[in-house]
Design a protein around this ligand. Structure first.
Ligand SMILES: Cc1ncc(COP(=O)(O)O)c(C=O)c1O
Length: 418
């Protein structure tokens, strides 16, 4: 009854030190909004990526909104974005008055297919947003070539890929401008948070001004984020199996707005919540800085867990991603497995019975989470057949720091049994 369940999401990167920092910050309201830690985080990012400019925001969504504003594109401009993405990547395009055009993905990498990209370019195309899905770098040489040929601006969506590399160059340094996310289940996490990086001094100056214009999020919003790791770690997960109390608490805390959701229901209908766009608040920069110190440890551990999955699942009848390992360093935010049938519900139910919760929302829709209104996202049905097929067949395995090596072995055993 008190068996601690295993989750793929729910603040998966939080360790004891992160927990205590969040706890202490609750009692330090003077550190919540302004503070020196914001600049420190931006400096750390610049040094890590070897890039000239970095500006923080309260999310990947706000970061992308700031980028789109800085580009000063004509209304109705088309922005090419891959199918099999999150509504959090599509919505900023819609909220800014532009048109997303969906490009199909490659089966081997779940990233934008360069061949389909070229087919979807029109005279209104202005930007390519390239996503490095689950930490696996997209084919940057081909995509850069296409952008140069057609005079398109390249933006990298690095929400999943902090630390990944392509041809020994850090992901995030290929685009004219790029953004990262520190969402709750990203590579590093401050529950909410994001960063824009660029080497383009003219664009960077515009982004700096936009960051200045944006307000800080409210104190209520900051405290919601600080409470997230605390309540999830002390109540929700430990009580999950105690007559389902943990789940009731999770829903209750979210309904009462004591903790936040990653994506709220109105966003699934293309409506912008009022806490976007906003600056990064100092309290969350403190959380992100502490996680940033552990970036290499996290990513090495993800690699170690993924090696177990790879070893055990190769030749076992599943499709695993195929990367050109001479070119890419992957960071495995998740370990995707493409099943042979469309019944991921059945597989996830089976895992649930073993006290393992693997539903991270990245399935059953070309634009996730599941019940996103894809018409409102301007997706044209059948325009990305591979993305549609993958979304029916994918399940993701967890790779985060709180999954033990034994648990990873247990997960593959169960999967093989199914
Ligand atoms: C691919 C992708 N892009 C962008 C975002 C937006 O990041 P954030 O949640 O920090 O707004 C997300 C995450 O939700 C994402 O998965």
């Amino acid at each position: 009854m008190f068996d601690r369940p295993t989750f793929i999401s729910l603040s998966p990167n939080v360790q004891k030190d992160d927990f205590y920092i969040a706890f202490k910050l609750i009692f330090m309201p003077w550190k919540w909004k302004k503070g020196k830690d914001i600049v420190e985080l931006e400096e750390k990012f610049k040094n890590y990526l070897g890039i000239n400019f970095a500006y923080s925001f309260n999310s990947g969504r706000s970061s992308f909104l700031a980028i789109l504003k800085s580009l000063e594109l004509e209304k109705e401009s088309e922005i090419l974005i891959q199918g099999f993405t999150c509504n959090a990547a599509v919505n900023p395009i819609i909220w800014s008055g532009f048109k997303p055009i969906f490009v199909d993905i490659e089966k081997e990498t779940l990233n934008m297919d360069p061949i389909d990209l070229e087919k979807k370019i029109t005279s209104k195309s202005k930007v390519v947003l390239v996503q490095h899905t689950f930490g696996f770098p997209a084919k940057m040489d081909k995509i850069l070539e296409i952008c140069q040929k057609h005079n398109l601006i390249l933006i990298e969506d690095c929400a999943h890929s902090l630390g990944a590399e392509y041809n020994n160059k850090k992901i995030g340094t290929f685009g004219r401008v790029s953004f990262f996310s520190f969402g709750r289940d990203k590579i590093i996490s401050s529950v909410y948070g994001g960063m824009v990086v660029s080497n383009d001094s003219v664009l960077a100056e515009k982004i700096r001004k936009i960051q200045n214009e944006y307000k800080y999020p409210s104190r209520g919003w900051v405290i919601q984020q600080l409470l997230h790791p605390l309540l999830i770690g002390t109540l929700v997960i430990p009580l999950y199996n105690f007559f389902g109390l943990g789940k009731v608490l999770l829903i209750g805390f979210q309904k009462l707005r004591i903790i936040s959701k990653a994506v709220v229901s109105t966003e699934k209908q293309g409506i912008m919540p009022k806490y976007f766009p906003r600056k990064m608040p100092n309290a969350l920069a403190i959380l992100a800085l502490n996680q940033f110190k552990k970036l290499e440890t996290f990513n090495n551990y993800r690699q170690e867990i993924s090696d177990i999955y790879k070893r055990e699942l190769e030749g076992a009848g599943f499709q695993l991603l195929k990367m050109d390992n001479n070119k890419t360093k992957n960071v495995y935010m998740r370990f995707p497995v493409i099943c042979n049938n469309n019944d991921s519900d059945k597989i996830l139910n089976f895992f649930r019975k073993q006290n393992i919760f693997l539903d991270d929302g990245w399935r059953k829709s070309v634009i996730v989470p599941i019940d996103t209104n894809i018409e409102k996202m301007k997706y044209i049905k059948s325009s990305c057949p591979m993305a549609e097929e993958i979304s029916r067949k994918i399940i993701n395995l967890p790779t985060h720091i709180n999954i033990s090596l034994e648990k990873a072995k247990e997960i593959v055993k169960i999967l093989k049994r199914i």
